[in-house]
Write a protein that binds this ligand. Structure first.
Ligand code: PGH
Ligand code: CA
Ligand code: ZN
Length: 307
């Protein structure tokens, strides 16, 4: 079927308290991995491209590959812009075939974040496209922006209520203790579940957990075994997904875990088969490994069987 606006998928998720994974893609292999996972798990799917991914692959390539791959599927697929920084980023995707956009004005002064989000929402809604906004600030790295831990701050529930009402966004990314990348927590993983619940009670709309990769030791150990270096990496434990979803999270953003899965598998081939130089035999196992990770996430998040 054609790509669907993300709010059509959110409607079920928000009603029945499950979440959909957002899986970031840059290339053919990741797109195929995610689409195949959605078919095998009968899950709805959110494919996301950041502005960095669009720069890397080209908007036209990404949209064409996603449309080609999803055309014959019965499961719902949405294509989402991750961390759009400007009105022009969002406009390009709205007009280019995406069905959802994030406008991330979280680094702006509050009133400017509202104004930018509203401007994007007004355009997107004319096209029946979903808008995600962000309030509060995560630590870590997102594409070109690095936020120091000291500048990160958690989302205020009362401000979130005002923000949603005035900006017209359809979904809200909240800062509740996670950060982007493979190094999320120094000690124990700490998420502010009460804050999620408080925000949800006041806004009612779908909430989004960014920086949600699990960084499982199974992947970091494999990466390390075949020559990678990722000391001290730590992610969000599975149990935290369950609690976050119970309290109102409906979208869980996963990028780092897919990168780890892909590169660990590629490293394994390169390390164990030095005579191999057929790229399909090197990238193919990467694709298979990404697909397995996505299938596991669909199970944990509760989107499996909800195609
Ligand atoms: C994310 C991805 N994308 O918007 O929030 O986070 O680095 O934890 O995969 P991770
Ligand atoms: Ca941000
Ligand atoms: Zn993010």
């Amino acid at each position: 079927m054609p790509l669907v606006p993300l709010h059509e998928i959110y409607a079920d998720a928000n009603k029945d308290y499950f979440a959909i994974g957002q899986f970031n893609v840059n290339n053919l292999e990741f797109i195929q991995a995610a689409l195949e996972a959605a078919v095998e798990m009968n899950s709805p799917l959110i494919l996301a491209a950041s502005t960095g991914a669009i720069k890397y692959a080209g908007l036209n390539y990404l949209v064409a590959m996603v449309k080609a791959g999803s055309a014959k599927m019965s499961q719902r697929v949405a294509l989402h812009l991750d961390h759009g920084a400007t009105y022009e980023d969002a406009k390009m995707c709205i007009e280019g075939g995406f069905t959802s956009v994030m406008i991330d004005g979280s680094h702006l002064p509050y009133e400017e974040n509202i104004a930018l989000t509203k401007k994007v929402a007004d355009l997107a809604h004319q096209h029946n496209i979903t808008v995600e906004a962000e309030l509060g600030r995560l630590g870590g790295i997102e594409d070109d922006v690095k936020v120091d831990a000291k500048d990160a701050n958690l989302t205020d529930p009362d401000q979130a209520k005002d923000f949603v009402k005035r900006s017209g966004c359809d979904a809200l990314a909240v800062a509740v203790g996670t950060s982007h990348g493979a190094y999320k927590f120094k000690g124990e993983a700490k998420l502010d579940f009460d804050r999620i619940e408080a925000i949800k009670k006041l806004v009612g709309i779908p909430l989004v957990l960014h920086g949600a990769s699990g960084v499982p030791t199974e992947l970091t150990e494999k990466l390390t075994r075949f020559g990678g270096k990722i000391p001290g990496a730590k992610g969000v434990p599975d149990e935290a997904y369950r609690r976050a979803i119970k309290n109102g999270i409906n979208k869980v953003n996963i990028d780092t875990d897919l990168r780890l899965a892909f590169v660990a598998a590629v490293r394994e081939v390169l390390a164990t088969k030095p005579e191999e130089f057929d790229p399909r035999k090197i990238l193919g196992p990467g694709r298979a490994s990404v697909k397995e990770v996505i299938k596991q996430k669909m199970q944990i998040l509760g989107s499996a069987g909800r195609g």
